[in-house]
Structure formats: structure tokens, C-alpha cells
Design a protein around this ligand. Structure first.
Ligand code: AMO
Length: 432
């Protein structure tokens, strides 16, 4: 007999055959036959079948109510868990009012994206959603673990800032005691400043904000940025190598730590070996010569990224590709220009045909930085606290950032980043 004052989880019943245990969770489904009633109980670890007989045969409860069941653990080869519970006592802890907007107990939620997001706390209960966000949690943990193990310092930088760090007008403005302030588009300036402050190697996991008026499956107005910045790096390939090693580590460990979740989602993750690199020019030539698609000046568009993704998969069997050597004109003001050309020491990383990362080397010389701001039409005086940092000895450095939702969405194979965002913020959505 186990300690009935303590609740155990569904997956812990496996080793308790013959014992009486207490479990509690959501009523996933209840099915009445003439002599037996089956109640499926769901908790954070899974679903277990409970058998209700005799005085419990006609027990009435709405799906999604919270119940506590005390019962015997009985071996049952037909069940995935290998056991089921023969109920001796059931208590309703909190009733669901019924009328749920969609069923949680089907293999998929049968509702449109808007409806799913309107009732997010309910749709998140679905076991596939649970799997998605458990995987996302592991991804963010592995990101921190990888860099911590390499001597990086985790930093926390402000999200209320005086200037946008990425250029452009995509900033949310807010009133800061009578002055204009902005929500951070990225921790770019601050991660560089922390490198310059002597930490040398830093990472940050934090929310960032983009006031972009997109209606797209890959843009959010608030997302989680996995940021890295590394001092004493003079070759952009070193930065790409760091990202490659990170992704190898992440994929290996997601495979090990998220077996159940990947199985529920029907996802098989490849092991990453090397990631091919092509220049932007080469990518644009492939698009033109193979697909007769032109690209925007100095960039790829969504369709181009998708086709390059397919091309790399076909040709190199790689889901990833680094696109390098972007021109100065299309990269932000902090990007290090290449010597003797109008290109930069920068890259994007595409995963399954979607950009998940930008990165590169940064300008670390004071004069060059001032000129770069001016050449981009920005007034250096508006960025003094960032620019002044570079007066006092900053090592050559570089880094990158990964959009957590895009990485998760592609890893689990869904087309819309909203499926990998618990409470998405987009141009139409501020609730829930
Ligand atoms: P960038 O602006 O390219 O670079 O952003 C880096 C990565 O963040 C993700 N991302 C987004 N995800 C969801 N919705 C959006 N609206 C959105 N915008 C960007 C993408 C993208 O690749 N400071 C640089 C990074 C660096 O150089 O270190 C930056 O923010 O996955």
C-alpha cells in the first residue's frame, strides 16, 4: 500500500502493480458500457485508464473536470502503460462547466487556428501541444547548458530601451515618465556591451519585440530570442562553427530527453553533422538558374528561402544551410564590413527553408562605428551610450541569435510559428 496522502503521477503507476495508489488529473474521456465504465485520467505525464464498477458504474462527470481517484494498480497488457487502475473511490475536485469549445481527447484538435488560440489554455491541454512546449523547454535549457558549459555568462539586459538596436522603424513606443522609450527589438547593443565589459562570452534568453505589420506564418510581434555574443573572434566562420556545435548538441539531447514527445508528434530528428555554407550570391544564382526566381536586392524572400531549403535537402541531404556574405546595404549598422568589398562578415541560417538565425562579426572600432551609423542615415548622437563603449577598448567580436519559436516550429514540423508559441502576439492578437 502506498502513502495515500501523496498523489502519484500516471507514469509512476507502472511499478506499483498490486498497490493502492492515489492519482489526480483531468477527465480525458469517460465511456459507459453496461457493466463497466472507463475513465481516462490525464496528468502532466500522460493518460491512464481507470475502471469504474459497482457503485462507481454510473459516476457522472464532465470531461476536463479535475478528479482524484484512489484505486488498485492492475497489470493490463493492452494498455500502453502496462497497467490500469481499478477505482475504489473517486472525488471530484473541481467540475468543468461543460460546453468545451473543442474536444481535447481526439488525435488532433478539430478547430481553426484562431479558435485554438482564443481558447489557448484549453488547446494547450492537448497532448501534442504539451509535447511541443515540453520540447521547447528542453531546447531553451540545452541552449543555456551548452554555453554555460563553455564558460559563457548568462546575462539579463533591459527590454525598455532608448533606441531600437536593429535599425528601421519596427519599434513599439511607450511613454517612459514623459519621454519616449521603446521595447527592445533585440539585446544586440547590450550583449556587445557586456562583451566589452569584460565578460567576453555571454548569452541571453529573453523576449524581444518587433512592431512589424506582417500577416505571416513566421512573424510574431513578440518572440523569444536566444542570443550569443563572443569576444576575441576575428573570423565569421568561428561564429558559424559555434552555432553548428550548439545545434549538434541540441538535436542529440532533444532526441535523448524528449523520446515520448517526439513519438507523440511523429517526429524523427536527424543527427546534425556539418552544415553547408553558400554565399548569398550563389543562393540567388541557384534561384535564378534552377527556378527562374529573382530575389530582392541583397536578400532572399520567403519563397527563395523555401526553395533554397529544398535544394540543399536534395543536393546535400541537409535541412540546414548557412547563407553568407550579405551586402552592407541590407545588414544593420553594427555589422562588420568585409575588407575591400561592399559585403559584410555576416550570415543567416536557414532551417527547412526558413531563416532561424542572423549573425556575424561586429564593428569594434570607434571611428568605423560612427561612420557606419552615419552612412545608414542614423545620428550617432542618438546612440551615445552604445557608441561610447567603443572608445575604451573592445575586442573583435561576433555572435548570433536564434528565434526560439521558429526553431521549435521547424523542429516539430509545423508550418505556423504560432503553434510553437503559448500565447502569440501578432497584429491581430493581444489576448489571451
Ligand atoms: P534578426 O533580426 O535577423 O537578427 O533576428 C534573429 C532571429 O530572430 C527570429 N526573428 C523572428 N521570429 C519571429 N517573429 C519575428 N518577427 C522575428 N524576427 C526575427 C528569426 C531571426 O533569424 N541582433 C540580430 C542577431 C545577431 O546578429 O546576433 C537580430 O536580431 O529566427
Amino acid at each position: 500500500m502506498s502513502d495515500l496522502s501523496k498523489r502519484i503521477l500516471t507514469n509512476e503507476t507502472r511499478n506499483r502493480v498490486g498497490e493502492t495508489v492515489k492519482i489526480s488529473g483531468w477527465v480525458h474521456k469517460i465511456r459507459y458500457l453496461s457493466k463497466i465504465t472507463f475513465l481516462l485520467l490525464r496528468d502532466r505525464k500522460g493518460i491512464i485508464q481507470c475502471i469504474l464498477e459497482n457503485e462507481w458504474l454510473h459516476f457522472k462527470v464532465e470531461n476536463e473536470s479535475i478528479v482524484e481517484i484512489i484505486g488498485d494498480v492492475v497489470e493490463s497488457k493492452k494498455q500502453k502503460l502496462g497497467v490500469e487502475i481499478h477505482a475504489k473511490n473517486i472525488r471530484i475536485i473541481n467540475k468543468s462547466q461543460g460546453d468545451i469549445p473543442f474536444e481535447i481527447n481526439q488525435s488532433e484538435i478539430k478547430a481553426g487556428m484562431d479558435h485554438v488560440l482564443n481558447y489557448r489554455t484549453l488547446s494547450l491541454r492537448h497532448e501534442k501541444s504539451q509535447a511541443v512546449f515540453n520540447i521547447q523547454s528542453v531546447i531553451s535549457h540545452l541552449f543555456g547548458e551548452f554555453f554555460t558549459s563553455h564558460g559563457f555568462t548568462r546575462i539579463f539586459t533591459p527590454k525598455i530601451v532608448s533606441q531600437g538596436a536593429e535599425g528601421g522603424a519596427n519599434v513599439f513606443t511607450l511613454d517612459y515618465f514623459g519621454k519616449n522609450a521603446y521595447l527592445a527589438q533585440s539585446p544586440q547593443f547590450y550583449k556587445q556591451m557586456m562583451v566589452s565589459s569584460g565578460f567576453e562570452r555571454v548569452f541571453e534568453i529573453g523576449q524581444v519585440f518587433r512592431a512589424e505589420e506582417h500577416h505571416s506564418s513566421r512573424h510574431l510581434n513578440e518572440y523569444v530570442s536566444l542570443d550569443v555574443e563572443i569576444g576575441f573572434v576575428e573570423d565569421v566562420h568561428e561564429i558559424m562553427n559555434w552555432e553548428t556545435e550548439l545545434l549538434k548538441y541540441m538535436f542529440t539531447n532533444v532526441n535523448l530527453q524528449c523520446k515520448d514527445e517526439l513519438e507523440k508528434l511523429g517526429v524523427k530528428l536527424p543527427l546534425i553533422t556539418e552544415i553547408p555554407k553558400i554565399t548569398l550570391k550563389e543562393a540567388q544564382n541557384i534561384l535564378w538558374n534552377k527556378y527562374q526566381k529573382s530575389s530582392p536586392e541583397g536578400d532572399l524572400n520567403g519563397e527563395g528561402e523555401k526553395l533554397i531549403g529544398e535544394y540543399m535537402k536534395e543536393k546535400y541531404n541537409s535541412e540546414f544551410v548557412f547563407i553568407t556574405n550579405y551586402p552592407n546595404a541590407t545588414r544593420p549598422m553594427y555589422t562588420l564590413p568585409s575588407k575591400n568589398s561592399d559585403l559584410t562578415e555576416s550570415f543567416d541560417l536557414l532551417y527547412k527553408g526558413m531563416e532561424i538565425t542572423s549573425g556575424g562579426l561586429r564593428i569594434h572600432e570607434f571611428e568605423m562605428l560612427i561612420n557606419s551609423f552615419s552612412n545608414k542615415g542614423l545620428n550617432p548622437d542618438d546612440f551615445t551610450s552604445y557608441i561610447e563603449t567603443f572608445k575604451y577598448g573592445v575586442p573583435p567580436h561576433g555572435g548570433f541569435a536564434i528565434g526560439l519559436e521558429r526553431l521549435t516550429a521547424n523542429l516539430i514540423g509545423v508550418a505556423n510559428v504560432r503553434e510553437a508559441t503559448a500565447f502569440p502576439r501578432d497584429i491581430q492578437r493581444l489576448i489571451p
